[in-house]
Design a protein around this ligand. Structure first.
Ligand SMILES: C[S@@+](CC[C@H](N)C(=O)[O-])C[C@H]1O[C@@H](n2cnc3c(N)ncnc32)[C@H](O)[C@@H]1O
Length: 340
């Protein structure tokens, strides 16, 4: 038997739970943060659960951590700090020489008196004492702590196992002065989550580009960009020498065959119409080109429209991943590769 904490974007926990139910026939849930964070229990050991998770597609489960230890909250700061330090000393042998990140989250119902900072400080000091290196990024191991009611639910795992090196998968990017659109964060997150480097591409098509957040990121990375949108692009990029703005509906666009090696699309439009447009535009991509596409979730038909879109796009693309990213709202992101 093992216990876990899963996290979805706010409001999407029913989708995440549904995905987990399909993988584990005997599973029970407890809500920790309504709509977002939920504990589950399955009659399998950690390794078996991890193996099943590794081979399953989880679109709406953004982050997952095991519950390896449960530490009772004492209600006084030093008491809780001491409990965490003792836990780290107890598991001492597996930590020495490792880069260790501590991720602390809590529900609204936690009974902690210590702040996140105070808990983190106690854990970091204990980590140093056992010869580990407390780090923020690129850890060998994450100690994830979720405080709920009178307990700290603690799990150990790698970035790969938890699905993110950010607490709960809530990846944050620095907001830039005068940023063109918040949408830029979605493309940045896709780059990180799917392990891409946009600067390794040469020429991108951006379908539904205005006001230009995605286009601006690709231009910054040194790509030539063909931006398609009847709407205007932001004044700060519209005259960029590497930009061609086709100010028209994407259905009217014809581009030379094999002229681009990346396609991005964030049209926020009917998923089926969007898929038709992408299939019409795809001859402009070289074989093996990659594509990042957001798929709007239409009302209650979310899962069905994702299935339909994947089916249609698989005529020309291999679906590498489908994920609701932290910066996606009523949508998910597809990562595709053109077949030939
Ligand atoms: C959510 S916005 C895109 C935001 C953009 N990714 C950014 O970072 O600034 C959606 C855009 O898609 C465009 N759009 C919708 N349908 C389109 C179509 N059929 N052809 C071209 N553009 C379209 C809209 O005009 C709108 O500007």
């Amino acid at each position: 038997m093992s216990k876990w904490i899963a996290t979805s974007n706010q409001g999407f926990s029913p989708y995440g739970m549904e995905e987990l139910r399909k993988i584990f026939s005997q599973i029970t849930f407890v809500q920790l943060i309504p709509g977002e964070v939920y504990q589950f229990e399955v009659p399998l050991e950690n390794d078996e659960v991890q193996a099943k998770l590794n081979t399953s597609e989880l679109i709406f489960v953004r982050h997952i951590q095991p519950i390896d230890r449960m530490v009772t909250i004492t209600g006084d700061i030093t008491g809780d700090q001491r409990s965490l330090a003792e836990m780290i000393h107890y598991i001492d042998s597996s930590l020495a020489g490792k880069r260790v990140a501590t991720h602390i989250r809590m529900s609204k119902m936690h009974q902690l008196t210590a702040t996140k900072q105070q808990l983190k400080q106690a854990m970091d000091e204990a980590l140093l004492a056992v010869g580990a290196e407390p780090v923020l990024q690129q850890p060998d191991l994450i100690i994830a702590l979720f405080a709920h009611k009178d307990e700290m639910l603690i799990g150990f795992g790698t970035v790969q196992e938890m699905g993110s090196d950010w607490p709960g998968g809530a990846i944050r990017f620095q907001r830039e002065e005068g940023q063109i659109s918040r949408a830029k964060f979605k493309l940045l997150e896709a780059e990180k989550v799917f392990g891409l480097d946009y600067s390794s591409f040469h020429a991108a098509i951006d379908v539904g580009a205005a006001p230009g957040g995605w286009t601006s990121l690709l231009l910054e990375r040194g790509l030539k960009v063909t931006a398609i949108d009847p709407a205007a692009l932001d004044a700060r990029i519209k005259d960029h020498p590497a930009l061609t703005h086709l100010r028209m509906n994407a259905s009217a666009v014809k581009l030379p065959a094999g002229s681009h090696d990346l396609l991005v699309c964030d049209m926020s439009w009917s998923p089926i119409e969007m898929s038709k447009l992408i299939l019409k535009l795809q001859p402009a991509l070289k074989p093996q080109s990659l594509a990042i596409i957001t798929v709007k979730l239409m009302h209650k038909k979310g899962l069905q429209s994702i299935r339909e879109v994947k089916e249609r796009l698989s005529n020309a693309f291999t679906i590498i991943a489908a994920k609701q990213l932290f910066h996606n709202r009523e949508e998910i992101t597809l990562f595709l590769q053109k077949k030939k």
